[in-house]
Design a protein. Structure first.
Length: 199
């Protein structure tokens, strides 16, 4: 079963634009732009939604919860219930500091790993959704709080690397809609396909 809905996690508002924690937003926004999709605010879901009619009678969705990260699961629970979609049809793109910047990893099980957005999803939905984990690395100084790090802006070198990898992130997101999670995992988790370009 391929994915029907891809949600990008992040925090709404200009204050958080460009932060490490908003990388999920960046990827779904880039995919929407590549496909010429427009975003609509949907108050009933507390989310921004882009509808993607890939072919007649076949709809895919991109979603950005506007609940703030800690309540992401609430918005996605409403969306899935309204459209009567199973949890297996959902993929979630989000930042992961346990993965080197510029790399990605796909998985379908596991704990929240300290990520508050994923913790909210697990609380609201349980396990079973596809996790599209976008590496941001962990280069924070020893005395920096973890929350300050993920809510901070990318450094210039990090931004350059991630900008160069954005087409790869988008290609991976598109792959989720056209392949089974197992097939997508096999392709995206291979190290040679996941090698950041050299600056």
């Amino acid at each position: 079963m391929s994915v029907t809905l891809l949600a990008g996690l992040g925090n709404p508002g200009a204050k958080y634009t460009g932060s490490r924690h908003n990388l999920g937003f960046v990827v779904v926004e880039a995919l929407a732009a590549a496909e010429g999709l427009s975003w609509q605010r949907e108050p009933r879901f507390d989310a921004e939604v882009a509808r993607w009619n890939v072919r007649p009678g076949e709809t895919r969705w991109l979603v950005k919860p506007q609940t703030f990260m800690n309540e992401s699961g609430r918005a996605l629970r409403r969306f899935l219930d309204f459209h009567k979609l199973p949890i297996e049809s959902l993929a979630v793109a989000y930042d992961d500091l346990t993965i080197d910047a510029g790399r990605v990893k796909l998985s379908v099980t596991g704990s929240a790993g300290g990520h508050n957005g994923v913790a909210s999803l697990l609380a609201q939905l349980g396990n079973g959704f596809v996790r599209y984990r976008l590496g941001i690395g962990n280069t924070r100084p020893p005395d920096m709080d973890l929350a300050d790090y993920v809510l901070g802006k990318f450094s210039l070198s990090e931004k350059k690397l991630l900008d160069s990898q954005l087409p790869f992130f988008v290609e991976g997101a598109r792959l989720l809609f056209t392949s089974s999670p197992a097939e997508a995992m096999n392709r995206l988790n291979r190290r040679d396909r996941n090698e950041p370009e050299q600056a």
